[in-house]
Design a protein around this ligand. Structure first.
Ligand SMILES: [Zn+2]
Length: 272
């Protein structure tokens, strides 16, 4: 008899807890809807009227996210998942965004592609402005005793296709997608991205070098940002301590200071 009583009592407790959790979730959704109704999303300069329904659905899905982040994330395309509703980018621009939603085709060639004449592992190419900034950075670093070397810069779509297909063959599609871009979707197609090592350790150990710490403190002063930071929920890529993107001094400064991704910068200030 005592045993049944104990079981019944435990069941009642578990059910009460479940009810409380459900009620809590309902309250949060209600709260989210209220916030959307009372705070005008349209007061943000990057609000897009055509995305209103998507903002609402996203807010209900992530009720604790701030309205600003709801708008930015939906504008980035994150509510639709990576590699869906993609867009072709045809024009070169120092602030162009190539990611899992924006791609280039074989006809795209970055402006002013030049040889990286030093601080590189082999013959490789970058946009001239990016190359000049990189050489200056590597030169200044060298004077202080740091070895900064480019190991991968501009890539053609054919090259990326080979690379990506090999990764998929070895690791499967799902895992490969976390660390390698599909052909056309790689930032390396822009001539504005550089993978770096310190000539001693392999690039995937770059985080454990004094050069990495120097880059963290100084890369932005030359116009570079760490493109794939630790939280990958926005970029869709794992943390890549070796991959840097040239965006110019002003933007690099802002991104460094506010600790945001290039996607967030792009949809707040460029694609409005
Ligand atoms: Zn890279």
């Amino acid at each position: 008899m005592k045993k049944y009583l104990a079981i019944t009592l435990s069941l009642i407790i578990i059910l009460s807890i479940l009810c409380l959790i459900k009620k809590d979730k309902k309250e949060t959704i209600k709260e989210a809807k209220k916030v959307l109704e009372t705070t005008p999303l349209s007061s943000y300069s990057f609000y897009k009227e055509e995305n209103l329904d998507r903002y609402k659905s996203y807010k209900i899905k992530f009720p604790t996210l701030k309205n600003k982040d709801i708008i930015l994330r939906v504008n980035i395309g994150l509510d639709h998942g990576f590699y869906t509703e993609t867009k072709e980018i045809t024009e070169f621009n120092i602030l162009m965004l190539i990611n899992k939603y924006n791609y280039v085709t074989n006809t795209f060639i970055p402006n002013d592609l030049v040889l990286v004449e030093s601080f590189s592992k082999e013959d490789m190419f970058l946009n001239r402005e990016c190359k000049d900034a990189f050489i200056k950075m590597a030169h200044d670093a060298e004077a202080l005793g740091y070895n900064i070397r480019a190991i991968s810069t501009y890539r053609t779509i054919d090259y990326q296709e080979n690379l990506y297909n090999n990764y998929v063959k070895n690791d499967g599609l799902e895992k490969a997608d976390t660390y390698s871009a599909r052909p056309g979707y790689s930032e390396h197609h822009t001539g504005l991205a550089i993978d770096i090592d310190n000539k001693v350790l392999s690039f995937n150990n770059f985080e454990n070098t004094k050069e990495f710490n120097w880059m963290m403190d100084n890369a932005y002063k030359y116009g570079f940002i760490l493109r794939y930071p630790k939280d990958s929920s926005i970029t869709g890529y794992i943390y890549e301590p070796w991959h840097y993107r040239y965006v110019g001094l002003e933007v690099a400064n802002y991104i460094h200071e506010h600790n945001i991704t290039f996607e967030e910068y792009y949809y707040e200030f460029i694609d409005k």
